[in-house]
Design a binder for this molecule. Structure first.
Ligand code: ZN
Ligand code: ZN
Length: 365
């Protein structure tokens, strides 16, 4: 029997809570062997244990229990995958135990009232300083011994035990007095729980317009080098995204920190930003509509596979064939070791063997 993962609970909190409650010996292997810096394969194995298999399951856990939405909510309109090629890549690292966790003492006390226990929330294990719901300062170090909640300090199990006899739910509460920190926390929380993808081009165009129209921000920009840099960055990225769309190419990925920072600097609430983005006219796609699809490869065009669990097959598509070739591409023919009886002989550049096949697709019973 698997414990239920709580809404907003981090992956690491769920793993450590399971190990604490069931004991190391009686916990399933995926919990016992969960590494300090989990890779995509570890997250996928955990999703499977929760009953969420395949590409859909990986994206469901990324979206609901990690901070991946900060990346994925802002989505290029020609990308029909939730997390690009994460499902078949080997590079990702999520929720490392080196990143410090934190908690809101009011949330923890309320959880204890309601559930009899608490857990670590994703928004509180991020760089925010305030709980968006209670406007109190997040606690990032143990109030008893001053250790951080990360590797080398307390492990997350301290939430269910105590430190020197004192429970975290009894930690002192400090009200936040910085309105910007509260607004930031609210915007970040709204992004995490937002139900649709926002078109990256629309987001950048709206922010660019706002920065240039808004006299207050423009004045601020002149006074601050970092804000000036933010304005330049938005304008530059908007150019790249528009050009890429005009030739049906996905632009290279870029971290979205500057977008979120610009929203927090120019809007009071996230809902106002969303209505401006809607007015731009790009389609708003529901978040879970892209969970089954991953990027299977880039040649000059992007190729997608949508896993179809009813039939247990993958539907391949290339919905936006590139209109022109950018840069150098490897045009050597490929050969399939399973189907070609003999490697084709040719002069000049030699054919290359196809890489690993995409993962198999489970079929719902
Ligand atoms: Zn709280
Ligand atoms: Zn402590």
């Amino acid at each position: 029997m698997i414990l239920a993962i709580q809404p907003e609970e981090t992956v690491r909190s769920f793993v450590e809570r399971t190990l604490f409650i069931k004991g190391k010996r009686s916990s399933e292997e995926v919990f016992r062997n969960f590494p300090n810096s989990p890779s995509r394969a570890d997250i996928l194995a955990l999703a499977e244990v929760l009953g969420w298999p395949g590409c859909y399951g990986l994206n469901k856990i990324l979206h609901t229990h990690t901070n991946y939405p900060f990346t994925a909510v802002f989505k290029n309109s020609q990308d029909i995958s939730y997390s690009g090629n994460e499902y078949i890549s080997h590079s990702g690292c999520y929720d490392s135990n080196r990143k410090p966790s934190g908690f809101c003492p009011v949330c923890v006390a309320e959880d204890n009232e309601r559930l009899g226990f608490s857990f670590w929330r994703r928004a509180h294990c991020f760089k925010l300083k305030v709980c968006a719901e209670h406007n109190v300062e997040l606690v990032k170090r143990c109030p008893v011994c001053d250790k951080q909640f990360s590797h080398g300090g307390h492990d997350l199990g301290v939430m269910w035990k105590a430190c020197e006899g004192r429970h975290l739910k009894d930690s002192p509460v400090t009200l936040n007095t910085d309105p910007f920190e509260l607004k930031k926390a609210q915007i970040f929380t709204d992004i995490l729980s937002f139900t649709h993808h926002l078109s990256e081009e629309a987001v950048l165009a709206v922010l660019n317009g706002k920065i240039h129209q808004d006299g207050v921000f423009e004045q601020k920009i002149w006074n601050s080098e970092s804000d000036r840099h933010l304005g330049d960055k938005i304008e530059r990225r908007l150019g790249i995204v528009k050009r890429a769309r005009s030739v049906n190419r996905l632009p290279p990925d870029e971290p979205t920190d500057f977008i979120i920072q610009a929203i927090a600097e120019t809007y009071e609430i996230f809902a106002d930003f969303v209505s401006d983005v809607k007015a731009y006219g790009d389609e708003m796609r529901p978040i879970d509509s892209l969970w089954s699809t991953y990027i299977a490869g880039h040649q000059e065009s992007t190729h997608f596979v949508e896993e179809n669990y009813k039939h247990g097959v993958g539907d391949w598509s290339c919905p936006f064939p590139a209109k022109e070739v950018w840069g150098m591409w490897d045009w050597r023919p490929v050969y399939y070791p399973c189907c070609n009886f003999e490697r084709p002989k040719r002069k000049g550049p030699q054919p290359k063997r196809v890489k690993n096949a995409p993962p198999g697709i489970y079929r719902q019973q």
